[in-house]
Design a protein around this ligand. Structure first.
Ligand SMILES: *Cc1c(COP(=O)(O)O)cnc(C)c1O
Length: 212
């Protein structure tokens, strides 16, 4: 396992199985093997699976781009949201999180790749967004998430992941107690784990290739 390879304790990295484009039956098979946390990008597709699999009590992570008019079903059905990039979305998720559910766990998505990427807040804006989220009582800020640009340059990848870790350490220095670094996918999870990932989001390596 990647944890072994970089001398991190077994179990220190949580696995989110990214089931986007795969159906409820595929998720069921994975759940039967013991996997509890699943990641989804597309809301309508996710809601159908969540509904179909409700008796299994799985843990659902929203990891895709969020339109602000779609915040209510996300707040009502997911346990985690990894992809917060705007205060407005955070405010709406907070308003829509039902009082009978636990706090919604959230991560700020950070653009660690500069001009090579469009999603995520700029590193210089992370602190301001974190402050805004801290003031929202129905959200629990757990950490940071990033999707570095695809590259075969492992050293570059390591720098991108290291930047996310450093940003988290800066926030912790400002009084946060963040426990989540959501980074690493099928193709780069070893580097992410080496740089301190606590949660990897893996699709292809679990479910196989997605249809184009
Ligand atoms: C699709 C996706 C993944 C999983 O990617 P794989 O390369 O299939 O492991 C992880 N995170 C996000 C945000 C994704 O959209």
């Amino acid at each position: 396992m990647a944890e072994n390879a970089v001398a991190r304790p077994a179990g220190s990295v949580a696995l989110v199985a990214v089931s986007k484009t795969f159906d409820a039956a595929a998720v069921r098979v994975c759940a039967a093997a013991g996997q509890r946390a699943f990641g989804e990008n597309y809301l309508q597709e996710a809601l159908a699976k969540i509904e179909a699999l409700r008796p299994l009590h799985l843990e659902w992570h929203f990891i895709g781009p969020i339109q602000s008019n779609k915040t209510r079903p996300i707040a009502e059905n997911f346990h985690w949201v990894h992809s917060i990039e705007r205060e407005r979305v955070a405010v709406r998720l907070n308003e829509a999180r039902p009082a009978n559910l636990p706090l919604l766990n959230v991560c700020i998505q950070v653009n660690v790749s500069g001009e090579a990427s469009k999603s995520g807040v700029a590193p210089s804006d992370v602190s301001e967004l974190a402050q805004a989220i801290r003031a929202l009582p129905r959200l629990k800020l757990r950490g940071l998430m990033a999707i570095p640009e695809p590259t075969s340059d492992s050293a570059l990848r390591r720098r991108r992941f290291a930047l996310l870790r450093e940003l988290q350490q800066q926030l912790d220095g400002q009084g946060y107690a963040l426990d989540t670094l959501s980074m690493g996918m099928s193709d780069d999870l070893e580097d992410a784990v080496a740089e301190g990932a606590t949660m990897v989001r893996v699709g292809t390596a679990i479910f196989g290739k997605r249809e184009a």
